[in-house]
Design a protein around this ligand. Sequence first.
Ligand SMILES: O=C(O)CCC(=O)C(=O)O
Ligand SMILES: [Fe+2]
Length: 304
Amino acid sequence: MATESAPAATAQIPVINVSQIDAETADRLVDAAATFGFVFVELESTDIDYNSVQHMFDLRGDFKEALNFGEFKDGKAQQTVPDSLLDDEAYLSGFFDSCHNLCVRILQLFAMGLKIDEDAGGKDWFSSRHDKSGPSGSIMRLLHYPIIPAEAGYVPEKDIRAGAHSDYGSITLLFQRPGQEGLEILSKGWQPVPVHPESVDTSRPPPILVNIGDLLSYWTGGYLKSTIHRVVVPPSASIGGEDRYSMAFFCHPVDTALLVPVPSGFLRERGKKRGAMETGGEGKIITAAEHLKGRLAATYGWKK
Ligand SMILES: O=C(O)CCC(=O)C(=O)O
Ligand SMILES: [Fe+2]
């Protein structure tokens, strides 16, 4: 007989309006990032409009699972774009830029919330290290998780759509579709993340889910949390669920950015030093590219 466990409590991730770059917004964002590692940002409070999000979801051509785009230069992708999306290259490039600009805004708010010393750069301390002055690990990923046919013998505990992981970069923007739940975060057990949190009416566009990646967590000595998450077929779905589509923008600093200690009395007072969580102290100063290489090596067993 199948055992039924009580449904896990939904993660109570705050929803924040980022239209103002002010101390109150900054404190709320930092608080959510330090508590959950995840925060919702109201789409209407950003410069990304819902039509362009819808358009991106409509564009996806007929690719089967994940499609990644690295940076664009003068509107041209730096990696191969599938033929079915060639006509849309300029559009993809524009959306990539809008996502990057929103990340810059969020990074300014994090810098304010962490009270980074004014004479060191204040609110621009993180964002100036994400300034597109050189290549970076930033990636736009269009995701498709196909329906699992009932006859394929779907087993909920086994058929995880995206296994437990943390993201590598500074911050990730995740765009979800109405009615397509499935993301879960590891916080006292697996907690489902809604597409529409309670405070956002379902007639409004889903807010953008923002999460902290390993690099920003490392940079802030673990103060901002890089929370483990995964994607499952939601327990409420019929067997095998339906196709899930999502889009993730992974924002990274420029490759050459040095992950020096964050000049923040706020972090120092809390005993948070760069790398303290991972290395037990302040070791060698590495670049963003080296950090990414280390994470990839750890994941895929590559030799550093
Ligand atoms: O598809 C999702 O909702 C999440 C995807 C994700 O976590 C990732 O690609 O890193
Ligand atoms: Fe992820």
